[in-house]
Every structure is written in C-alpha cells, then in structure tokens.
Design a protein around this ligand. Structure first.
Ligand code: GRF
Length: 192
C-alpha cells in the first residue's frame, strides 16, 4: 500500500458524474491536517455534472472525458493522472464502469462508495430495491474497486434504519449523510 512520506499528502483524484456531495465532503476533509490525501484533480465523464462546481469553488483542476469511446477516454485519463502524479483514486458517484486494464494500473489504489450494505444490492436503484424487499436497514459501503462491479473488499460500512414513512428519496438523503462521514473515515483507516 502507499505510505505517507514525511508530511506530504497523497495526490488523489476524485471521479464524479453527478451532484458531487461526496466530492464536497472529501475536499473539506482533505483540507484537514489529519487527512492523508490532497485532492489535486476532479475527473468527470460529463460537462453537466453539478459537482464540477466544487472543483471551481476550491480551485482544483477539473477534466472532462467523453466516454463514447471507453478505451480512448481511459487512455486519456491515465495520461492526465500520470501528468498530475496522482497516486490514489476515489470514485464518488462515478457512473461509468472502469475496465480491467484501467484498474490494473491503479491496483489497490481505487476506492468507491456504494449506497447499499454490500454485498446486497450491487448496481443501481439500491434504495428502491431495499424498500421493495421490506428490508429493515439500508446503508452504504466504501470498498476497493476490482474488475468485478461493487465486489472489492469492504473498508467501512454503515447501517441506516428504514422507517415505514421512507421512500427512496428520503432514504437516499439519510444514507448520503452517512456516506459523507464514512468516506473520509475509510481514507483514514486505509492510510493508518
Ligand atoms: C451516492 O449515493 C453514491 O453512493 C452513489 O452515487 C451517489 C452520488 O452522490 N455511488 P453525490 O454525487 O456524491 O452527491
């Protein structure tokens, strides 16, 4: 694994596709003295990702890559990551599946946050599925990224109670609040 050398923080890229609330929480965390990472690059597959505003707000470099051709996009991303000396990647609501070849380049150095208690509900619509199945708990998991979707080793998981009045929106909000906590906690756990 990567170790902190002296007081230098590990250069990290965050990949997003949407709102970027996890990006925002990671940026705020990265400013803290206790954070082992600095966020030096934000990658998105879409110019429309609302979360890009956080890159602007915190003056972090942002790059958008068109995924119409996945191989091309990944090749360009790798060039960018090398250029910026990125050593660690956090996926935060990134809606593209990275190829085995891409992941190989950052083996054990890519993590993701997923809105379910993995291994339950890999993939999409996790909250709807939990409610439909009358589960008592939903939650979120931070895990290592491997070539198998949402299947790498879990770093931290947090349970959230599902109440009778919950719908997928209210549940998503509750879970998201926990996501913002366990993503930074997972990074501390990895590097300590
Ligand atoms: C989060 O629920 C995350 O777990 C999932 O996508 C959502 C992204 O939210 N992968 P945000 O863009 O970080 O606000």
């Amino acid at each position: 694994m990567i170790k902190l050398i002296g007081s230098k923080k590990i250069k990290t890229a965050v990949f997003i596709s949407g709102t970027g609330s996890n990006l925002n929480s990671l940026i705020k965390f990265s400013k803290n003295k206790r954070s082992p990472i600095s966020i030096d690059l934000v990658v998105s597959n879409s110019r429309k990702s609302k979360g890009l505003k956080y890159a602007d707000q915190f003056k972090i470099k942002k790059k958008i890559f068109n995924f119409n051709n996945v191989r091309n996009a990944e090749r360009k991303i790798l060039i960018q990551l090398n250029k910026d000396k990125i050593k660690f990647i956090c996926l935060a609501g990134f809606m593209k599946i990275l190829s085995k070849d891409f992941i190989k380049n950052f083996k054990g150095k890519i993590i993701n946050i997923h809105p379910s208690l993995l291994p339950k509900y890999k993939g999409l619509n996790t909250h709807q599925r939990a409610i439909k199945n009358k589960d008592k708990f939903a939650g979120c998991s931070v895990h290592y990224v491997t070539e198998k979707l949402d299947s790498g080793k879990i770093i931290i998981q947090k349970k959230v109670k599902i109440t009778n009045s919950d719908n997928s929106n209210s549940l998503a909000k509750k879970v998201l609040r926990q996501e913002h906590k366990i993503y930074p906690q997972s990074i501390i756990k990895i590097f300590n």
